[in-house]
Write a protein that binds this ligand. Structure first.
Ligand SMILES: Nc1ncnc2c1ncn2[C@@H]1O[C@H](COP(=O)(O)OP(=O)(O)OP(=O)(O)O)[C@@H](O)[C@H]1O
Ligand SMILES: Nc1ncnc2c1ncn2[C@@H]1O[C@H](COP(=O)(O)OP(=O)(O)OP(=O)(O)O)[C@@H](O)[C@H]1O
Lengths: 218, 218
């Protein structure tokens, strides 16, 4: 298990602290509001009331021992900006910070945030990919231009075999797995004679160009 | 290309409208603020100034023809709640709505939202998984308890072959691809004698239990 501190327990920070704690990590949760810190008590290792822009208070929290310190502060921008500076100066190993705009993200990175998170924007971009490919359920980018996608079997593929569809020869797309409705265990690397059925979820790997050629952008 | 409407152009709605438009979809962007609608003009097919809680105005926008209508409205809750009701009543095929809390999400679903999105919470849960597995870079859930993960080659695996590691025999984990630093094209289904190098990104598929056994929760 790893050690984390989450500073600023808004929707993002509070959800993150809880999820990390549920995964058996050590979580220190910090907020300026007594109410909010109190609500967090059962969902983290330790909840502390503190003003993150107060350097002395911050110094007492043992933050350099943490694997990652995540800043979940929102507006005004100067709170997260100051906190990032202080964390960098006290030698915190890894700093992640929530940004509310592109400019804010740039500033945080320059001051030392190793990763900047923009929940609304990142979720929107992820969803745009899913919405644009109607049958697509999820996607993982392997490399620039290469993805693994999870897609419901299109009507035109039902009752065909991988061999019929020539996925590998014609498109260089690999059918990595098939998840059948009602079956818990996916079929890993189905053989070329596997017959696709309606409702099958296909997990495919290939270049985004090939995947688009096959399934289209919708 | 598909047809979308995004109602409410906050950070989430605006990013979504732009991303969808960049992917060559038809995007109608709607906001009550003239300024915001105007800023959107070059980044969507059409930007309209409208109050989404005004049923008559909403009826003139051709929303039932859309593939999906996405509500990006924030607080107060009644705005998105009313809009969801109206969209359902006018027969919009698919309604996605941004929620600001679990209760809000429940209400929207009952009223007819096909999918509810909670950006801060969903990003937080995704990041908690990545943070808990230190070398992990991304994850795609294939089925309940089965995932594809993207993970940096751990030091203990460097200079070993897949055969040495017995991934398939011992753990039933499949090495689906390797992305080498500096090489654009990933190696799909490396052969058992492939030697792992420092910096290699491994894409593995298997049960979450096996993946945890191998890589640990950190
Ligand atoms: N100086 C500070 N020190 C510590 N905590 C602070 C400080 N200022 C604000 N906070 C806390 O940070 C939390 C997040 O702030 P806020 O709600 O403004 O952000 P937000 O952008 O709305 O967050 P989210 O989108 O995650 O809900 C609040 O719980 C607030 O009490
Ligand atoms: N009745 C309405 N009809 C249309 N648009 C509206 C209405 N009420 C508010 N909006 C618009 O919805 C947008 C999003 O609202 P708001 O900024 O409150 O949400 P938010 O939760 O902060 O969003 P985000 O987190 O995505 O930034 C604003 O641009 C606002 O002008």
């Amino acid at each position: 298990s790893r050690k984390f501190a989450v500073i600023g327990l808004g929707m993002f920070g509070a959800s993150l602290a809880r999820s990390l704690y549920e995964r058996d990590n050590d979580v220190l949760a910090v907020d300026i509001s007594k109410d909010i810190a109190q609500k967090m008590q059962d969902f983290c290792t330790r909840a502390v009331v503190a003003d993150a822009t107060d350097r002395d208070t911050l110094a007492e929290l043992g933050l350099p021992d943490m694997d990652v310190v995540i800043i979940g502060l929102g507006a005004p921008l100067d709170t997260s900006i100051l906190t990032t500076l202080y964390l960098k100066q006290m030698g915190v190993k890894e700093i992640w910070a929530k940004a509310v705009s592109d400019e804010h993200a740039t500033i945080l990175k320059i001051l030392g945030a190793n990763r900047v998170i923009h929940p609304e924007k990142e979720m929107a971009e992820k969803l745009a990919a899913t919405l644009s490919t109607p049958l697509m359920m999820d996607q993982l980018e392997v490399a620039d231009g290469y993805s693994i996608i999870e897609i419901t079997c299109p009507p035109s593929f039902v009752e065909k075999t991988i061999m019929d569809l020539q996925l590998r020869n014609k498109y260089e797309v690999l059918l990595v797995a098939v998840k059948k409705p009602g079956e818990d265990t996916p079929i890993m690397l189905p053989t070329p004679d596997y017959v696709l059925r309606s409702g099958d979820v296909m997990v495919l790997m290939g270049s985004e160009k090939s995947l688009e050629d096959i399934f289209g952008k919708g």
